[in-house]
Design a protein around this ligand. Structure first.
Ligand code: FEO
Ligand code: CA
Ligand code: CA
Length: 718
């Protein structure tokens, strides 16, 4: 996400349900019954079979790292990427880089065109898809592969994506079609080949594997919402097709070898006419539109709907202006908010929207290790203040032959199109419950809160279903990852400015005041990481504790710095989180605005223990006590700062070669606080990265992929 844009586009605030109170009632009732004695807290993971304890050889052939072997880097405000001694970071793929041999080099002065054949903006989540020397898919080859990545958004101010326009672009309506066409193309996904010559990595501009997916790329609707009346548009009268993917944040890799990507803050790109609520009369969609952050009359993020009468612009007007849904785009917003699945190796294969995984501000998708004969389980978070954590359990049972299927997307159809979605309720005793979001749940079938008629409605209006069953409002669930050895699921909860002493609960226990530049910041300012152990893959109960609380090292240890972080590992706003398949290291990345007076955003390496390795703690809020469960206090060999990014950037995206000796990450929106008026005055840019690292033309800052290697060729983090 970008901090430069109005907050409502990146962190909307529509959850007005009364769920915390409901949860507190249940908590006390359940603790009286002593249903869940949280002391042991030993969980067997969803899908995990035998837990192997201190294994040193990973299933992928890598080596488990049991103790971090680098010297932690200091916090930094420098306009560069800082890595530990003995490591090198190299820029390899930035905004605008050509993806065909015929595309001109990026001039980076706002005159470039043809972004459908260039790297998109705001590189975000990223996955590795290996290739062997002959260009066939490989899970072991270590010097050639595809990076599949999200291009979440763009650095903007007053409607315009100013760094891609010569003089910053227009900040008033109507927006010119020529500018909007560029902006439509810089969002989406890219698939790009990278190779190492043994000394250096480089992206391959002329690779036939390169592909861009944009806001205009056709997509097939799959899963329960396919054919729903709520997805009927002028583009697809039978509600089976849509166009584009938008504001893609986190990613995932399925057990059958495809790329999945979550659509996050898509709602802000749509405009609704001021009279749209009236035009829709008693349509239940009005409730849905509001719950997903789109009130009638609010301006859209870029004004794309204003650029002309062509369908590619009109579609961003989400108002009911035609005779029926087949005549306008009143339902267009309902075609976003899903997990999309792609085959990274097949440049012709269509994109599929997997509606069974629900519709919300999706982040990453983490799959439990599949177990033969058991369902596939995927964990997901909804990133907005007070939103929920979800899991999807497939109807189909895992067949290990599907690890290398003849048709990867057909395997996706098999596992992701039919299944059940659940939302999480966290209880005060360290236990939790998965609440089923389907017509099988009588609470939903007979709901007076929202008129659910089918499982298609659950898939499209997922947030409303989770409200109705009483899921727990969390402090902005971002990415999640499944620990390769314990099977426990780690979710970053990045921060929550709405959390107060009154709403603090066991799983979101902090609400405090932090100072930055003389101003007060309130709520859960620095975020935390919660972890879950599922009782069984399809089970309805779990145990939880809080692995670590983000904090400034100097903050009070009884109310804020509950994990006793030090200068070696203090952090704020954990966001990206990925477990290395090769080493088991948990990589934590920040997207912070709270501690940026002292440090740019960062990436830390972690070797977490397991749920229950710490203990209960009481956090005092005046005369209210909140008991929570905190993981074992980290040390510099179990949690350490590995990297700090350039000015204004967020650190995001993580993947590696199968041997763990090259790690790829993304530096998103360096220089995002630059003012649009200064777009042609490099001396006033907040950042000149990556030009100041020797990469590319021009001085305008660019989001970019970097590769990190160890100078001795060793395993990253060891
Ligand atoms: Fe795109 Fe919630 O981070
Ligand atoms: Ca501070
Ligand atoms: Ca993010």
């Amino acid at each position: 996400m970008s901090k430069n844009t109005p907050m409502n586009f990146n962190d909307e605030d529509s959850n007005t349900s009364s769920n915390p109170a409901f949860e507190q009632v249940l908590d006390s009732r359940l603790s009286r019954r002593s249903l869940f004695k949280g002391a042991g807290l030993v969980g067997v993971a969803a899908g995990a079979t035998a837990l192997t304890g201190c294994a040193t050889t990973m299933s992928g052939g890598g080596t488990t790292v049991n103790s971090l072997g680098f010297k932690p880097v200091a916090k930094s405000l420098a306009d560069k990427v800082v890595v530990p001694e003995g490591y090198t970071a190299q820029v390899i793929y930035a905004l605008g880089d050509p993806l065909t041999a015929a595309t001109p080099a990026y001039k980076n002065d706002g005159t470039d065109a043809a972004f459908e054949q260039r790297a998109g903006d705001h590189h975000d989540g990223m996955e590795w898809f290996g290739l062997d020397a002959s260009g066939q898919p490989s899970n072991s080859f270590t010097s050639r592969g595809l990076l599949a990545m999200n291009h979440e958004a763009t650095t903007d101010e007053k409607l315009s994506s100013f760094f891609i326009h010569a003089n910053g672009g227009t900040s008033t309506l109507p927006r010119p079609a020529s500018e909007v066409d560029k902006e439509l193309a810089i969002h989406g996904l890219s698939f790009v080949e990278v190779q190492s010559n043994g000394k250096q990595w480089a992206y391959q501009a002329a690779s036939p594997f390169n592909r861009r997916v944009t806001t205009m790329t056709p997509a097939a609707i799959h899963g329960p919402a396919r054919g729903s009346e709520h997805l009927v548009t002028k583009f697809s009268a039978d509600a089976t097709q849509s166009r584009g993917t938008l504001n893609n944040c986190g990613t995932g890799k399925t057990p059958w070898g495809t790329f999945v990507s979550g659509e996050e803050n898509w709602f802000g790109y749509f405009f609704r006419d001021a009279k749209d609520d009236d035009a829709r009369k008693k349509d239940k969609q009005v409730q849905g539109l509001k719950r997903y952050g789109r009130k009638a009359g609010e301006a859209s993020r870029h004004g794309w709907e204003s650029a002309g009468a062509d369908d590619r612009f009109v579609r961003w007007n989400n108002s009911a202006i035609g005779a029926s849904a087949k005549d306008d785009y009143r339902n267009e917003m309902n075609t976003f908010g899903y997990v999309v699945e792609m085959d990274a190796y097949d440049t012709k294969a269509p994109m599929r929207k997997r509606t069974g995984l629900g519709r919300f501000a999706h982040e990453s998708v983490a799959f439990a290790k599949p177990v033969t004969g058991q369902p596939i389980v995927a964990y997901m978070g909804d990133d907005a203040r007070g939103e929920y954590i979800y899991k999807f359990v497939s109807e189909a049972k895992w067949d290990p032959k599907d690890a290398s299927p003849a048709n990867r997307l057909s395997a996706g159809d098999k596992y992701l199109d039919k299944g059940t979605l659940f939302a999480a309720r966290f209880k005060g005793d360290g236990s939790g419950e998965w609440l089923e979001l389907s017509m099988n749940n009588p609470v939903l079938a007979g709901s007076s809160y929202f008129e659910f008629k089918s499982n298609a409605d659950m898939a499209i209006f997922t947030r409303l279903a989770a409200d109705a069953v009483g899921a727990t409002k969390m402090d902005r669930p971002e990415w999640n990852g499944v620990h390769p050895r314990t099977g426990e699921v780690y979710f970053t909860l990045t921060n929550n400015s709405n959390r107060t002493a009154a709403t603090a609960d066991a799983a979101n226990p902090r609400a405090y005041t932090d100072m930055k530049d003389g101003k007060e910041q309130k709520g859960n300012v620095n975020g935390h990481i919660v972890r879950l152990a599922d009782a069984s893959s399809a089970g309805s109960s779990f145990k939880w504790d809080i692995y670590v609380f983000g904090s400034e090292a100097g903050a009070d240890k009884s109310t804020v710095n509950l994990s006793s972080l030090t200068d070696d590992n203090d952090m704020s706003a954990p966001d990206g989180l990925v477990f290395s398949p090769a080493t088991g290291i948990c990589w934590i990345q920040t997207d912070d605005g709270a501690y940026t007076d002292k440090t740019n955003c960062m990436m830390l390496a972690a070797i977490p223990g397991k749920l229950g390795d710490g203990g209960a703690r009481t956090v005092k809020h005046g005369d209210k006590d909140v008991t929570t469960y905190v993981g074992k206090t980290p040390t510099p060999t179990t949690l350490a700062r590995f990297l700090v990014g350039p000015k204004g950037s967020e650190i995001t995206g993580w993947c590696e070669t199968p041997d763990g000796r090259a790690v790829f990450i993304n530096i998103q929106h360096p220089g995002e606080s630059t003012k649009m008026a200064d777009v042609n005055d490099p001396s006033k840019f907040q950042s000149q990265w990556p030009a100041n690292a020797g990469y590319g033309a021009g001085q305008r800052p660019r989001s970019a992929t970097i590769v990190i290697t160890k100078n001795d060729g060793g395993i990253i983090g060891s």
